[in-house]
Write a new protein. Structure first.
Length: 368
């Protein structure tokens, strides 16, 4: 029996070990087996007997023969659909991006990729729960927002932002902007700031959650302008946009989930927070243009639970790298006005490690 065929035949068999040879029997009833955790056996096949409905396979196990279980798992991966957790509500910019990315990457992996929206905790509930509870088998991944590197500096969390995760690939960053309704009395960003100066604590704005980039960059602006703003956190872009359209908040700080409302004339974009003005809205000033040294793009990528097989990490990385290089992916980034931000698995972890340290200084400054 060829070695590779023999090894594949061993997956899923239950075994009873003997000193020099042992028998492995497969039963036609699978109710007592965990199909997600195959049993890998080592040895040379010395006999095979068919005793309907059972198979008896006898193996001899030389010390020099080792079964590359890790390699076999990687060769078979993925054998079922992969889930990507998006820790924001459906319909927002992050959700739109990941659904498009999943569609492209599914073709690279020859498997369906399912989006699972798990909003809450400023984008940390979904990945945090995955890091603590999901199997490190490559079938559960999550978007990893900047809040994962900030929230632990602000409150106690059950997960560690570095040690509980396997970093797969860095993908892109946001374009943040500040919007009001089209009928708002605030025609410019300076109008909004001056109103806050006249009525401290009464001028509000929404964001996608406490500790998120849209929240903290506005707190940086408020500190620089010496004004007090009233922050209203939401679970994500979709519910925040509806609150703004409904008049429940005066303004919103967020990524480009507001783009369609701006283009439709329902909202007015007052300022963006990139290093340069956007191609799509070139007449809208940046915060830097207005004298605020506030720039943010909040990069993100995909992570899995800690302890993932390096071969599976590579398979995922390579597939998603092809996906983000695909013209269809470039098109969705253009729609969202987002720039590519590719990081290899190792570079992504290094960036996260360095950023976790840097974010502590920002949090200390803003909370002082």
């Amino acid at each position: 029996m060829p070695a590779l065929t023999r090894r594949r035949a061993l997956q899923g068999l239950a075994a009873a070990a003997l000193p020099t040879a042992f028998a492995a029997r497969a039963h036609h009833g699978w109710s007592s087996f965990d199909l997600d955790r195959p049993i890998y056996l080592e040895g040379k096949a010395v006999s095979v007997k068919w005793q309907n409905p059972h198979v008896e396979l006898r193996l001899e196990r030389p010390a020099a023969l080792a079964l590359p279980a890790t390699g076999l798992r990687a060769q078979a991966f993925p054998s079922r659909p992969i889930t990507i957790i998006v820790p924001w509500p459906a319909g927002g910019s992050t959700d739109r991006h990941h659904r498009a990315l999943a569609d492209i990457a599914s073709k690279m992996l020859n498997q369906q990729i399912v989006i699972n929206n798990q909003p809450g905790g400023g984008g940390t509930n979904g990945p945090g729960s995955m890091g603590l509870n999901a199997r490190p088998d490559g079938y559960t991944l999550s978007q990893y927002p900047m809040g994962m590197l900030r929230i632990p500096h602000m409150q106690k969390v059950a997960w560690h932002p570095l040690n509980d995760f396997t970093f797969v690939i860095g993908i892109t960053g946001y374009t943040f902007g500040f919007v009001v309704r089209a009928d708002s009395p605030f025609k410019t960003f300076n109008d909004y700031i001056e109103a806050a100066r006249k009525e401290p604590g009464k001028i509000n704005y929404g964001s996608t959650g406490t500790g998120t980039s849209p929240h903290l960059l506005m707190e940086e602006v408020a500190a620089a302008a010496k004004v007090e703003l009233n922050h209203v956190p939401f679970k994500g872009n979709a519910d925040q946009m509806q609150a703004l359209l409904g008049g429940h908040v005066m303004a919103a700080s967020d990524a480009t989930g507001w783009d369609k409302f701006v283009d439709a004339g329902q909202m007015r974009l007052l300022v963006t927070f990139g290093d340069q003005r956007t191609k799509r809205w070139p007449n809208v000033p940046t915060a830097k243009d207005l004298g605020y040294n506030v720039v943010s793009n909040s990069p993100y990528g995909l992570v899995g639970p800690k302890g993932m097989d390096p071969a599976i990490v590579k398979a995922l990385h390579d597939a998603f790298k092809k996906a983000i290089d695909d013209p269809a992916h470039a098109a969705i980034l253009d729609q969202l006005n987002q720039a590519p931000w590719y990081k290899s698995s190792d570079d992504y972890r290094q960036w996260a490690t360095e950023t976790f340290t840097k974010e502590r200084a920002l949090i200390v400054f803003l909370l002082a």
